[in-house]
Structure formats: structure tokens, C-alpha cells
Ligand binder design. Sequence first.
Ligand code: B12
Length: 212
Amino acid sequence: MEDLKKFRELFLSFQIDAVGPEVKACLDRGTAPKAFLACCQECMEEVGGKFDTGEYYLPELVVAGEMFKDVSERIKPLLKTGDSTSTGTLVLGTPQGDIHHLGKDIFKVLAEASGFTVHDLGVDVPAASFVDKVEATGATILGMSALITAAFEPMGEVLRLLDEKGLRQMVRVIIGGGVTTREMADRIGADAQTRDAYEGLKIVRTFTGTGE
Ligand code: B12
């Protein structure tokens, strides 16, 4: 990824004002829009690792988050011209207690670019709101993103409520995000789990019968 070397350096040195122009310069040189998503994810992991070891604090996380948001806004319109053959309706959000949204947003960009209609409820979403939205839209897929362990219980609550309202059979549930595991998905009764937005897209396409 020689092409994104400077972009990566700017991102990792938190040069927030220079990142946008560099995205444009790379795109002008022919860099594929999707390459930025992968590169940003790597950068976020690096920043996250330094946060974990105490080298960085919350301000670095916030700036990295802002840069990531800015980059995805810039490339979103370009991704939409991709393959939009599949269709399906998806409700998406980060459960109550969790305010992380960058990974969810990456998945959303990919799902929309692939032709899905996405109802994004945002972050810190109460269980009842997920269920109400599924009911109101007739969505056949529900995606939840979790980055903190405190979000597990609220995700379980969503599954319980879906059952209670007789909606569980109508909707396939996928959970994603750095803290999720297959065991967690099994425990709460979700259909699928991933820590990779591209894999998530493949999974939801199989749910709608539009995957390979
Ligand atoms: C950025 C960040 C923040 C930013 C969030 C910015 C934002 N706008 O989202 C800010 C600064 C706000 C923040 C706040 C906090 N954070 Co924080 N944060 C992170 C950090 C560094 C990166 C997370 C991230 O964005 N990763 C990049 C994305 C792209 O990865 P991802 O989410 O996994 O998404 C990918 C896949 O999982 C998948 N995906 C994600 N969601 C979904 C959903 C579906 C349906 C699908 C299919 C796929 C999918 O797609 C993505 C691309 O492949 C992590 C550390 C780390 N190493 O991960 C800590 C981390 C998640 N935070 C943590 C903590 C503790 C907090 C705070 C409590 C800190 C505090 N003391 O206040 C608060 C949380 C408050 C709250 N109630 O939520 C802990 C969680 C620990 C735990 N196990 O519970 C972590 C792990 C850091 C740590 N080691 O301590 N944080």
C-alpha cells in the first residue's frame, strides 16, 4: 500500500487538517476508495493498541475517531457506485450503554453500497427501539455493534424482546464489533457474529440469498 503511505503517516500523527486533502490526492491518483477503509481500520487498531498500553489517552482516540469519520464521509459516495445488485432491509445500531460507532459506520457504508436499505439508529440505542424499528420497517436483518462488554446484556435484551413480540422468526440477527465473540452470539441467540465488516457483508448477503 505504497500509495497510502503518506495518508497513513498523517493519520497516525493526528494531522487532522491534512488527512482530507491527502484522501483527495490519493483518489486523484487512482487509489480505490475501499483501500481507505482497510487502512483506517489498521490505523485505528494501532491507536487503540497504544491506548491499551497507556501511551495514548482519550484525546488521541477522539481525534482518530474524527479523522476516520471524515474519511468515510469522503469516500461514501464513491463506494455507492459499486455492485448494488442485492437488496434487503437492515436495522442497525449500537446497543444501550455503548457509544462507539466507527465500526458500525464502516459496515453501514458497505451494506448501503451493496444495495441494502439501512435504518441506522445510532448509538446507545434502547432494546425496545431496535425491536420497534424492526416491526415498523419489516426489516429482515438486525445488526448490532458492540465495543464494550457492558453492551452484551442489552443485546441479549433485544433478542428476548424480539421473542416476546413474536418477531424472532422474521429477522436474522448479526452482531459485530471488537468485543464480540462467537460464544457471545450463541449465548444471546444471535445468528451470526463477526469482527470484520467485509465478512459481515458476505453473511448478510447470504441471509437475503444474494451472496456467493
Ligand atoms: C475509538 C475508541 C473510542 C472512541 C469512540 C469514537 C467513536 N466515535 O466511535 C471514544 C473516545 C469515544 C471511546 C470511548 C470509550 N471507550 Co473506547 N475505544 C476506542 C478504540 C480505540 C477503537 C474502537 C474502534 O473504533 N475500532 C475500529 C473499528 C473499525 O473496529 P470495530 O468497531 O471492531 O469494527 C470493525 C468490525 O468489528 C466490524 N463491525 C463493527 N460493528 C459491526 C456491526 C455489524 C452488524 C457488523 C456486521 C460488523 C461490525 O466492522 C468494522 C470494520 O471491519 C477501542 C480500542 C480497540 N483496540 O479497539 C477502545 C475501546 C473499545 N474503548 C474502551 C473503553 C473502556 C471506552 C470508554 C469506557 C473509555 C472511558 N473510560 O470513558 C468510553 C466508552 C463509553 C461508552 N459508554 O461507550 C475499551 C472497551 C473495553 C471493554 N472490553 O469493555 C476499548 C477496547 C479500549 C480498552 N482496551 O480499554 N472509545
